[in-house]
Write a protein that binds this ligand. Sequence first.
Ligand code: SAM
Length: 196
Amino acid sequence: FVFGKKKAIEVAHKVWEHVVRKGDLVIDATCGNGYDTFTLLKMVADESQQGRVYGFDVQKAALESTSSLLEQSICSNEKDLVKLFQKCHSKMADVLPEDTLVRLVAFNLGYLPGGDKTIITEPRTTVEALKVSKDILMPGGLISLVVYVGHPGGGQELKTVEEFSSELPVENWIGCKFQMLNRPLSPVLIFLFKKC
Ligand code: SAM
């Protein structure tokens, strides 16, 4: 695929496809309108009904929007594979089954498109959530972030995510960033692969 012709989120989905397997447990840390939750569900769902997507958002409106998208787009036997929580993503470990490791944690930061633009992801809780993600991720797993820089606070959030990512030990992690150099306000993609 050609990076320049795709939206950042589509590029992220392509990367997820190379990591996520049928039957996996994955996390959508920012459900929003549910497009990523739906995409992840399609990646993990199989006949064995083992795959699971745990989705988080702090806003009731976002979870309603996600539920409504799923309601329209998935078969009834897939409904039980998605678990949605109105909770800050920094608390994601509290609701996971004990001793469970996940294949992917996906963050799509910023505000709810079409919603309240004052409710945004914040650097402090984003970093808390990244610390938790690091611990619950299985070897071979991925933390994926789409970071928007066009809204107030977006640049600071990117800086915070970059600082966290740069400090990950090189023996265990591959951290990389994709950024459009000639479109400074386009979203930045950060992928953190856990080696072991
Ligand atoms: N993934 C979404 C989709 O496919 O439509 C888009 C996500 S949207 C850019 C960001 C979402 O993060 C918003 O819905 C917002 O409510 C949510 N959010 C903000 N702070 C959060 C937090 N601390 N924990 C979880 N979600 C949060």
